[in-house]
Design a protein around this ligand. Structure first.
Ligand SMILES: [Zn+2]
Length: 183
C-alpha cells in the first residue's frame, strides 16, 4: 500500500493584519453566542454546544458530493474508516444517517454513509474507487454551513495532514481526526 500522506507541517501563520483583527472578532463572536444562548433559553446551554446533525435534504447533498444514491447497499467495495471530530477541543457527535435518505417508502443509500453515532464511516460501493472526506462533509452539510468555524486541521492515524482535509481518501481501518477552531 502506498503511503499518500504528505510530510507533517503546520500551516503558515496568518498575516499580521489578520492576527491583529482576531481579538476583536473573538469578542464579537462571544457577544453573539451569549445573545444566542439568552435568546434560546436554558436548553442551549448543554455541554460543548456544537451539534452538527445530518443534512435533511440528503439526496441533494449526495448529488452535490458527486455521488449517486442507491436502492440497496452495494458491497463489492466495503471498507470502514473512523471519523473523530472536535470543535474547540470538545468532541462533536458524528450523526447517524449521513448519506441515507429515509424520506421515501424505503431507505436509499449513498455509497458513503453512517449508520450510527460511533464515527464509523461506511464505504459501500458497487466498484472500487476513491471516496474522499470532502464528499462526506458535503453530504453531512452542517459542519460546512457553520460559519463560526474555519477549515479544520486533520490527522490520519495521528499524523498531521498537510493539505486540504477534503482531499483525504478513505482507507480501511484508518482513523481521521478533524479539529475545528472558532474563527
Ligand atoms: Zn459497512
Amino acid at each position: 500500500m502506498t503511503v499518500q500522506h504528505s510530510p507533517a507541517s503546520v500551516p503558515a501563520p496568518s498575516t499580521p493584519g489578520a492576527r491583529r483583527a482576531l481579538p476583536l472578532v473573538r469578542r464579537t463572536l462571544c457577544a453573539a453566542s451569549l445573545a444566542l444562548l439568552l435568546a434560546a433559553g436554558p436548553a442551549a446551554a448543554v455541554a460543548g454546544g456544537v451539534e452538527w446533525p445530518a443534512a435533511k435534504n440528503t439526496a441533494a447533498q449526495v448529488e452535490k458530493a458527486g455521488l449517486t444514491m442507491l436502492d440497496t447497499e452495494q458491497l463489492a467495495m466495503h471498507i470502514h474508516t473512523t471519523l473523530e471530530v472536535f470543535a474547540d477541543g470538545e468532541q462533536v457527535t458524528v450523526p447517524a444517517d449521513i448519506g441515507i435518505d429515509r424520506s421515501g417508502p424505503t431507505p436509499r443509500y449513498s455509497p458513503l454513509h453512517t449508520h450510527d453515532e460511533t464515527g464509523t464511516i461506511h464505504v459501500e460501493s458497487a466498484e472500487w474507487r476513491d471516496f474522499t472526506l470532502g464528499q462526506l462533509l458535503t453530504e453531512w452539510g452542517t459542519p460546512r454551513e457553520d460559519t463560526r468555524f474555519g477549515a479544520p486541521l486533520a490527522w490520519v492515524d495521528g499524523r498531521l495532514w498537510a493539505g486540504d482535509a477534503d482531499d483525504i481518501v478513505f482507507r480501511d481501518g484508518e482513523t481521521i481526526t478533524l479539529r475545528y477552531t472558532s474563527r
